[in-house]
Design a protein around this ligand. Sequence first.
Ligand SMILES: NC(=O)c1ccc[n+]([C@@H]2O[C@H](COP(=O)([O-])OP(=O)(O)OC[C@H]3O[C@@H](n4cnc5c(N)ncnc54)[C@H](O)[C@@H]3O)[C@@H](O)[C@H]2O)c1
Ligand SMILES: O=C(O)C(=O)C[C@@H](O)[C@H](O)[C@H](O)COP(=O)(O)O
Ligand SMILES: [Zn+2]
Length: 367
Amino acid sequence: MKSLAVALGERSYDIHIEQGLLGRAGDLVGPLVGKRPVVIVADRNVAVHLSTLRGSLAAAGIASEAIELPAGEATKSWDQLIALTDRLLDLGVERSDYIIALGGGVIGDLVGFAAAILKRGCNFIQVPTSLLAQVDSSVGGKTAINTPAGKNLVGAFHQPAMVLIDPATLDTLPPREIRAGYAEVVKYGLIDDPEFFDWCEANCDVLMAGNAGAREHAIAASVAAKARIVAEDERETTGKRALLNLGHTFGHALEADTGFSERLLHGEAVAAGMALAFAYSARAGLCDEAEAKRVAAHLRAAGLPDGLAAAGVSASGRTLVDHMRHDKKMAAGTLPFLLARGIGQTYFDRDVDLADVEAFLDSCPRA
Ligand SMILES: NC(=O)c1ccc[n+]([C@@H]2O[C@H](COP(=O)([O-])OP(=O)(O)OC[C@H]3O[C@@H](n4cnc5c(N)ncnc54)[C@H](O)[C@@H]3O)[C@@H](O)[C@H]2O)c1
Ligand SMILES: O=C(O)C(=O)C[C@@H](O)[C@H](O)[C@H](O)COP(=O)(O)O
Ligand SMILES: [Zn+2]
């Protein structure tokens, strides 16, 4: 088993990664929960993994209740949050109890937010089952729901007490979801690790084909990078954590434009957004055009969208920039962007003119 810590003082926690870990989760959860029962909130698509998890908790003497929620981005909503918190209250969850989030980023973000506000803050454990959640969303404590105005606009920073990653759960994940999660893997190379981007180019095919070693390496490298950045800037106040938002200002606007629907998954929107961030950086003379082309080529090779056209977006630059005005990085009326001087050289730029972004978007080929 590989283990690493997210170092956040009294909010520090461990991330454990092992093939088949779900089957012995009870051994790791037991010392935290003691004799108290746990509530597992699971995505309906992961019923098979729910039963493995419950079996392993039962074997360790831990009673569990399960709440199964519908799959998909629409679950990150006020309605689902209200229903979930009411159900948790009905079940008698106490502040010191542990709620387990079993599923992808949607379940993790919703359950994390419910745990943050229930009784002013309960404990929760992340058991991510999608590649995206295993490499990104289960770590770092950003929790949220969407609102009609945009992505993740109501939420809280609330760190999990533990993250249990079983890469074997990916065997049941549809290929499109593997590709979407892979976009957030590539992100770490683009942020500050050019060697990892080289590794991605060399290993993407075997990873997509299900090679366990490649998947484990991608997961371990990703969460190590995220843990390091989160430990430096837990609440995104210095600009360091904002690096993890590479591709997201563009990406969230694309998700809003496609109605947070199956038409464009979060990871797909992030892929298109990263390609746009590099293309914008190249157009502004900040990075070589060859670097931007290399990024787009790799995303295409991975079966991911590399811009507006491939993302199926036809909206005008004005419409997309209007979506961006809800971005949580907006400060004093200006929107900082994550731009790049090259692969592995992403930086936080506070001097981007939204009119210029709009003109850039209008110049991009679209659907
Ligand atoms: N909090 C953060 O730091 C953070 C980081 C990145 C993304 N996110 C959020 O995460 C969400 C995207 O997460 P996601 O891509 O995991 O989406 P998701 O939770 O919708 O899961 C993707 C799909 O895969 C299914 N699924 C999950 N695990 C499965 C498995 N093992 N077998 C079969 N099916 C499985 C789900 O039912 C769903 O249909 C977005 O809302 C995004 O905003 C949050
Ligand atoms: O953990 C972070 O910080 C990230 O930005 C990770 C992103 O992949 C993730 O999609 C996050 O939810 C986006 O955050 P937001 O603050 O732009 O909603
Ligand atoms: Zn993301």
